[in-house]
Design a protein around this ligand. Structure first.
Ligand code: ATP
Length: 214
C-alpha cells in the first residue's frame, strides 16, 4: 500500500476502527484479530504515554499542577478530563502534549509489526478518529455502528449507569450516524454477535483484495 498514511511504506494495510462509545469497537477488533489482524488500541497508547516517570507525565503535571496526581502517583484521569471538559484552551494544551507522543508510539509499533510481516493488516482502534482528524494515519476507515437506542442500552448495562448519565455521555460525542456517513466501511453491530462476525469475515476478504490490488 503505497498511498494513504504518510507514516509507513510497506504493503501493510492500516484500518482505522472507530464508532461511538460501547458501539462494539473492541468486539469487532477481536473478531478481526481471530482472522489475523493485529490491534493497536489508541486508548492503551494514551495511557502508556502518561505513565509516571514519562516526559509527558512531567509536562502535564507541570501545567495542571500536583492536584491531578492521585495518591499512588498516577495521573488522576477522571479529574483531568473534568478540567479539560470545561475549558477548551486547557483541552488543546493537553492534546498538544499527548498526541505527538501517541503518534510516535503508533509509528514505531506499526514499523515493528510490518518488519515481521510486510503484508500485515493492522487495526488502529481510535475512538475519536474523526473528531481529532486522524484519517491521514490510516488507509481505510471502519465505523462500528449501532442505532443510538441500542447503544444507550448496552452502555447502561455494561457500565451500570443511569439513562441520564448515558445520554450525557452520548451528547459529548459526534452522533454515530454522522460518523457512519464519513467511513469507508460500516459494520452494523445492532444484532447478534454471529451476525457481526459474518460481516467482519466479509470485510476481511474485501480488505485482502484491496491489499492485493491497491
Ligand atoms: P468503548 O467505547 O467503551 O471502548 P466498544 O465500542 O469497544 O466500547 P464493546 O466493549 O465491544 O464496545 O461493546 C460494548 C458492550 O456491548 C459490551 O458489554 C459488549 O459485550 C456488548 N456487545 C457488543 N456487541 C454486542 C452484540 N452484537 N450483542 C450484544 N452485546 C454486544
Amino acid at each position: 500500500m503505497s498511498s494513504g498514511p504518510n507514516t509507513v511504506k510497506t504493503n501493510a494495510l492500516l484500518l482505522g476502527v472507530t464508532g461511538g462509545i460501547a458501539s462494539g469497537k473492541t468486539t469487532v477488533a477481536n473478531f478481526f484479530e481471530d482472522l489475523g489482524a493485529v490491534i493497536i488500541d489508541f486508548d492503551i497508547l494514551a495511557r502508556q504515554v502518561v505513565e509516571p516517570g514519562t516526559p509527558c507525565f512531567g509536562e502535564i503535571v507541570e501545567f495542571f499542577g500536583q492536584k491531578i496526581v492521585d495518591r499512588d502517583g498516577h495521573l488522576d484521569r477522571k479529574m483531568l478530563s473534568g478540567i479539560v471538559f470545561e475549558d477548551e484552551r486547557k483541552r488543546k494544551k493537553l492534546e498538544g502534549l499527548l498526541h505527538p507522543r501517541i503518534f510516535d508510539i503508533f509509528i514505531s509499533r506499526t514499523n515493528e509489526i510490518t518488519k515481521k510481516d510486510p503484508d500485515a493488516i493492522i487495526q488502529a482502534v481510535i475512538p475519536l478518529l474523526f473528531e481529532v482528524g486522524l484519517k491521514h494515519l490510516v488507509h481505510k476507515t471502519l465505523v462500528v455502528y449501532v442505532p443510538r437506542e441500542r447503544q444507550l442500552e448496552r452502555l447502561i448495562k455494561r457500565d451500570r449507569i443511569t439513562r441520564d448519565h448515558a445520554v450525557n455521555i452520548l451528547k459529548a460525542q459526534l452522533p454515530i450516524d454522522e460518523k457512519a456517513g464519513m467511513a469507508d466501511f460500516v459494520i452494523n453491530n445492532e444484532n447478534s454477535l454471529d451476525e457481526t462476525r459474518r460481516q467482519v469475515e466479509e470485510l476481511w476478504e474485501k480488505l485482502k483484495q484491496i491489499q492485493a490490488n491497491p
